[in-house]
Design a protein around this ligand. Structure first.
Ligand SMILES: Nc1ncnc2c1ncn2[C@@H]1O[C@H](COP(=O)(O)OP(=O)(O)OP(=O)(O)O)[C@@H](O)[C@H]1O
Length: 258
């Protein structure tokens, strides 16, 4: 029998990107297996968002390649959803929560008959059961971010790309949403690439943390997170391995800014 290896979900292969004369990312290479939760960290301006946009097919590398299931990621795809930090801008203020989730289904051509039940199910999944009639402005930041996640899930994505999704939220809301995302991902086997400034958030969530060095952005560190799941906000953060990783990544960021 031939030896068969699973194709990585994403394969960055020497991906390089410049805007005009300005090099932003250089020779980025890594594979992301299906189902992995990968966090990307790095100093401000090192190119984290740009790397995520390459994965989304929103930018094309100037050299090298970004492959999705072995094919070039040449344009955005419905099964790769993006959650932005700025939920206020991502949601349509004139549509209710229900209407905002419905939008993703309308765009995906889901027939009207099947939509309502699925929308209620998705709202419940992100802790917004019974809130479908509210407008985004009537919701807290945490609720709006949950709504954005529900809208992304309505696309039935196999991949979630998350760009500092909890950056604007208070610490308690943020921890609650971290756990909800972990539960959701465990249930749906979604592949996640998660950009964050917060080293502890990266370790808490990830199977792996990739750190970018700045000017131009390149991979400087790539470490597995060998912490048991399910994670626990208190116990996990007290594990010696958590503290060791926090020190390693802290030293990496400090060194990268020097
Ligand atoms: N469309 C663009 N045109 C020109 N330069 C850009 C563009 N988008 C980003 N850049 C530059 O690319 C670099 C990387 O930006 P990017 O937003 O990817 O970094 P980041 O690590 O996500 O930053 P932060 O942590 O501050 O959000 C920055 O120097 C930025 O000014």
């Amino acid at each position: 029998m031939p030896f068969v290896t699973a194709l990585p979900k994403f394969s960055f292969s020497g991906a390089t990107l410049a805007f005009g004369q300005k090099p932003i990312l250089r020779n980025i290479s890594f594979d992301i297996p299906a189902g992995q939760f990968t966090c990307i960290i790095g100093a401000s301006g090192c190119g984290k968002t740009t790397a995520l946009r390459l994965a989304a097919g929103l930018y094309q590398p100037t050299q090298g390649a970004v492959l999705f299931d072995g094919e070039p990621m040449s344009a955005p795809r419905a099964d790769v959803a993006i959650v932005f930090q700025d939920y206020g801008k991502a949601l349509l203020p004139w549509r209710t929560a229900f209407g905002n989730v419905s939008l993703a289904m309308e765009a995906g051509g889901v027939p009207k008959a099947g939509r309502a039940d699925r929308i209620e199910e998705l709202l419940a999944l992100v802790g917004l059961a019974g809130q479908g009639g509210k407008y985004p402005t009537e919701m807290s930041g945490g609720m709006q971010q949950r709504l954005q996640i529900a809208r992304c899930l309505a696309q039935n994505p196999s991949v979630l790309l998350m760009d500092e999704p909890f950056g604007a939220l208070d610490a308690m809301t943020r921890q609650g949403l971290q756990d909800e995302v972990l539960e959701l991902v465990a249930r749906t086997q979604t592949t996640v690439i998660f950009v964050t400034h917060d080293l502890e958030e990266a370790i808490y969530l990830g199977d792996r943390v990739i750190g970018l060095l700045p000017h131009p952005g390149r991979v400087g560190i790539d470490v597995p997170v060998n912490l048991p799941r399910p994670r626990d906000q208190l116990a996990t953060r007290e594990e010696p391995e958590f503290l060791r990783l926090r020190r390693e990544l802290f030293d990496f960021i400090k060194g990268s800014e020097a």
